[in-house]
Design a protein around this ligand. Structure first.
Ligand code: 7PJ
Length: 268
């Protein structure tokens, strides 16, 4: 899964799709987005995750209209030109509904459909849904994070969100789960989750893992966001061994190589 951030403030690649300079000129360039998406598809991406709201720690929330203005033109353009599945990274029911109408087939919600109306909005579509664990909200999620057992608590949360989806008529065949690396977790919590990733396989759903360039990598190798690819790939291989089915990444070509080598090792 290649990451396409249609945001001016994402922590690692924010702003690269925007035309013009200065406040107020946050218009997403659809042409640039298409170029980036096409390069990711050529490099082996099978899903493109389009997001219009930055969820990096401390990021401000944006209005629904801003999110729609950022993601809809990009989704429409990619859906009509490229042979790739599209995911929309949103927590807003309206954005989910409209993005799916525009061609997205997967809802990637870091808030696990917890916003009012989100479960119903997703249930009214036939899209797949990725349920991710987050503690708190991006503005405050890194303050005072404690868990008795991070693995048990994330597992129980995801199990509960899956049950809520099933009750609403979203079948198991439409669900994916994600422990949410970096979302309300300390460095130790993130590595404990990665170490015990296989545990989540017992929920019986495909596992999505997003670790690309995150501070859990940067804090170990002491490198800036732009220099975290080797560390990210090491963590990616561990995620694959732990059973990850989808890797969300900024660096598609390198990640596809890592997946191919991992597959060559495990194939019988
Ligand atoms: C994730 C995500 C992740 C899923 C972001 C970033 C922050 N969606 N959206 N999993 N992270 N499913 O890319 O660093 O880990 S935004």
């Amino acid at each position: 899964m290649g990451i396409l951030n249609a945001t001016p403030d994402s922590f690692s690649d924010g702003g690269r799709l925007h035309e013009g300079k200065g406040a107020g000129s946050f218009r997403v360039s659809v042409a640039k987005a298409l170029e980036v998406a096409e390069a990711m598809v050529d490099a082996g991406a099978v899903i493109i995750d389009v997001g219009g709201e930055s969820t990096r720690p401390g990021a401000p929330e944006v209005s629904e209209q801003v999110e729609l203005d950022r993601v809809l033109p990009v989704i429409e353009a990619i859906a009509s030109r490229l042979d790739v599945a599209l995911s929309v990274d949103t927590s807003s029911p309206k954005v989910m509904t409209m993005a799916i109408a525009a061609g997205a087939g997967l809802i990637n919600d870091v808030r696990s459909l917890s916003r009012s109306g989100a479960v119903q909005a997703a249930a009214h579509t036939s899209a797949a849904v990725c349920l991710m664990h987050m503690r708190g909200e991006p503005g405050s999620m890194q303050d005072n994070v404690t868990y008795a057992s991070v693995v048990d608590e994330v597992y129980a949360y995801l199990e509960q969100r899956v049950a809520i989806c099933l009750q609403a008529g979203i079948g198991l065949d439409r669900l994916l789960i994600d422990p949410g690396f970096g979302f309300g977790k300390t460095l130790q919590h993130n590595y404990e989750l990665l170490r015990h990733l296989a545990r989540f396989k017992t929920l019986g759903l495909p596992l999505l893992v997003g670790i690309s360039r995150k501070s859990m990598i940067g804090n170990v190798v002491n490198r800036d966001v732009s220099e975290r690819l080797p560390g990210t790939l090491a963590a990616t291989v561990h995620a694959l061994i732990g059973g990850a089915a989808i890797i969300r990444t900024h660096d598609v070509a390198a990640t596809v190589d890592a997946i191919k080598v991992h597959s060559a090792v495990v194939q019988k």
